[in-house]
Design a binder for this molecule. Structure first.
Ligand code: ME8
Length: 507
C-alpha cells in the first residue's frame, strides 16, 4: 500500500464558495476516491485561507469581528463540500491556533537558516491578489488579474532570499535526476515557470508592518506574516508539522497539489523555495487547471454572474453538478459554462444515456425476471466491449483528464443501451425467455461493474445503482476487491432488485 497526499488550495473567506472553488475541490475528490479504490492510503486536504488584508477588509465591510466572520464563512465552505459529497480527510483553517504555532515554528527555522533579512520596501500591492506587482507586470498601471490600481505601500519588511534559490529551482524542475525534482503539469505551465525563472527573481517580502490580522513573526511581533507564506504552510501544518514528526514523515511530501493558473507562481516557486530553505522535501507534482468563464465573462460579484454550488445542486442535483463541472472541457484548459449548454449536456449524458439505462434495465428485470437477478451463464456479448471503455478511466485519471474519463464511462453506457436495442429483451421475453434472462443477467453484471467506476465521480448515483441491484454489502469494499484483487463482478442469482425513481429527471 502506498500513501497519497493530495490537496486543493485553501480558499479565501472573503466571500462564500463559488463554482470555481467547487471545480478544483470536486476534481481532487474524484482522485482521492479513485486512489482509495485502488487500495492506496489517501490523505485529502482542503481548507480556508483566513488571514490578510483582503479578509480583514471583508470583515470590516460587514461590520464583523474578523474571527467571527471567518468562522461563519469557513462553515459555509465546509457545508458546501459536504453537500457535494467531498470526501476530504481534513479541513484546515489558518486561524486555528495549532496552525499559527506551526507557522511560527517554520519561520523560526527559516530565520535560523539565515535566509531572512530586513529592508525597506516600496511597491505596488494588489489586495485582491495579496501580492506586490513589479511595474512591468501591471497592464496600464492596473493589476493584470483584477484590473484595479494596486496600492503603493512603503514599509520596513522582512525578506526571504528567494533569489538565492532560483538556480536550484530551475534544476529541480528541469532535471528529472535532480534529487529535488518535481513535476509541473500541464507542460505549458511548466515552461511558463521555467521562462520566468530564467529571468531575474526578486526576494520575497514575508511580513507586513501595517497589518494586524495575521500571525506575528516569532522574532519581531510588530510584524505580521505575509498571508501567502502563512497559507502555503497549511500543507505541512495540516499533517502535524512540527509537533507530530512521525505523521509528517508518513505523509510528506505531498504527491499532488491542485490549483488553477492564478496561483501557479506561489506553488511552483515560492513554496518549493521555502521548503528548500528549511531542507524539507518538495511536493512531487503540481497540476494547474484553467480558469473558466460564465457565458464568456469572468465570474465576478460585480458582474452578478457568480455561480454558487448550491444553485447548481438545486438545478442538476449533486451528481449532475459533479458531472457537468468535470465533463465540460479538458482539465488544464480554460473553458466556459453557460446554462443552456449545461442543460443540454445533462439531458444527453445523464437523463437520456445513464439515467435511461438504469431505469429501463431495472424495469425489464422487474417485468421479465420477477425482479430477481437471473442465474449466471458466462455469456459475453457486450461485457468485453463495456470493459474496454471503462478500462480507459484509469489512464485518463492518471493524467487528470476527467472529461475523457467521464466520456469513457458514458461510452460504456451507450454500448449497454445499444446492446439493449440490439437484443430487444421485450421481444425475447415472448420468443426465447431463457435468452432474455441471460441478456438481462449480462446487463446487470455490466451495470454493477460500472458502478465501481462511477463511484469516484458520482458517488450518490453509484450507491443508488447498488441499491437497485439489491446489494447489501459495502460498495467501496466491493469496488476495492474488484480493482485491487481483480475480483470478479459477482451477482448472486435470485437477488431481489429494487427499481427506483429515475436518477436524472429530464430538464
Ligand atoms: O488563491 N475557474 O484562494 P481563492 C477555475 N487563498 N478555478 C477557479 C476559478 C475559476 N473561474 N475561480 C477560482 C487563493 N478557482 C488562496 C490560495 S493556497 C495555499 C492559497 C479556484 O479563494 C482555483 O483552484 O482565490 C483557484 O486556484 C482557487 O480557486 C483560488 O481560490
Amino acid at each position: 500500500m502506498s500513501r497519497f497526499y493530495l490537496t486543493t488550495p485553501i480558499y479565501y473567506v472573503n466571500d462564500v464558495p463559488h463554482a470555481g472553488h467547487a471545480y478544483t475541490t470536486i476534481a481532487t475528490d474524484v482522485l482521492a476516491r479513485w486512489y482509495r479504490l485502488q487500495g492506496e492510503e489517501v490523505f485529502f486536504l482542503t481548507g480556508t485561507d483566513e488571514h490578510g488584508t483582503k479578509i480583514a477588509q471583508a470583515a470590516a465591510a460587514r461590520n464583523r469581528a474578523p474571527q467571527e466572520y471567518c468562522d461563519e464563512i469557513a462553515a459555509q465552505f465546509q457545508q458546501a463540500w459536504k453537500d457535494l459529497r467531498v470526501s476530504n480527510d481534513s479541513f484546515i483553517r489558518t486561524t486555528a491556533p495549532a496552525h499559527a504555532r506551526a507557522v511560527q515554528s517554520f519561520l523560526k527555522a527559516l530565520w535560523e537558516k539565515g535566509v531572512i533579512y530586513k529592508a525597506r520596501y516600496q511597491g505596488k500591492y494588489c489586495v485582491q491578489c495579496e501580492r506586490f506587482y513589479a511595474e512591468d507586470e501591471l497592464i496600464g498601471g492596473l493589476c493584470p488579474d483584477h484590473r484595479i490600481p494596486p496600492e503603493v505601500q512603503s514599509e520596513d519588511n522582512y525578506f526571504f532570499r528567494l533569489s538565492d534559490f532560483r538556480e536550484t529551482l530551475l534544476a529541480a524542475i528541469t532535471d528529472e535526476n535532480h534529487p529535488q525534482h518535481f513535476k509541473i503539469y500541464p507542460l505549458a505551465r511548466r515552461n511558463e515557470v521555467i521562462g520566468k525563472l530564467k529571468q531575474d527573481v526578486n526576494d520575497l517580502s514575508i511580513s507586513r508592518a501595517t497589518l494586524s490580522w495575521g500571525i506575528p513573526l516569532p522574532w519581531d511581533r510588530s510584524q505580521t506574516t505575509y498571508v501567502w507564506v502563512d497559507a502555503l504552510l497549511n500543507y505541512l501544518t495540516a499533517i502535524g508539522y512540527p509537533d507530530d514528526p512521525r505523521h509528517v514523515e508518513e505523509w510528506w511530501p505531498a504527491q499532488l497539489h491542485l490549483m488553477a493558473k492564478d496561483i501557479l507562481w506561489f506553488h511552483a516557486v515560492i513554496w518549493p523555495a521555502l521548503l528548500m530553505a528549511t531542507e524539507m522535501k518538495l511536493p512531487k507534482k503540481i497540476f494547474v487547471h484553467g480558469f473558466f468563464t460564465v457565458n464568456g465573462q469572468k465570474m465576478s460579484k460585480s458582474m452578478g454572474n457568480v455561480i454558487r454550488p448550491a444553485d447548481l445542486i438545486k438545478e442538476f442535483g449533486v451528481d449532475g453538478t459533479r458531472y457537468l463541472l468535470l465533463s465540460a472541457f479538458p482539465f488544464g484548459a480554460d473553458g466556459d459554462f453557460n446554462q443552456d449548454l449545461m442543460k443540454t449536456a445533462y439531458n444527453a449524458a445523464l437523463a437520456n444515456d445513464l439515467g435511461n439505462l438504469i431505469s429501463r434495465s431495472f424495469t425489464m428485470v422487474e417485468n421479465f425476471c420477477g425482479a430477481k437477478v437471473p442465474p449466471p451463464d458466462d455469456k459475453n456479448r457486450v461485457t468485453s466491449r463495456v470493459l474496454e471503455e471503462l478500462k480507459k478511466v484509469r489512464d485518463h485519471l492518471e493524467r487528470l483528464q476527467f472529461h475523457y474519463a467521464l466520456a469513457a464511462i458514458i461510452a460504456a453506457v451507450e454500448r449497454l443501451n445499444g446492446f439493449i436495442e440490439e437484443q430487444a429483451p421485450w421481444k425475447l421475453a415472448k420468443t426465447a425467455p431463457a435468452e432474455c434472462q441471460s441478456v438481462l443477467r449480462e446487463l446487470l453484471a455490466c451495470i454493477k461493474m460500472m458502478s465501481f467506476y462511477l463511484w469516484p465521480f458520482m458517488p450518490d448515483t453509484a450507491h443508488a445503482v447498488w441499491k437497485q441491484l439489491g446489494q447489501t454489502d459495502d460498495l467501496e469494499a466491493g469496488a476495492k476487491r474488484y480493482f485491487v484483487h481483480q475480483g470478479p463482478v459477482d451477482l448472486a442469482a435470485g437477488q431481489v432488485t429494487q427499481k427506483d425513481a429515475p436518477l436524472f429527471p429530464r430538464k
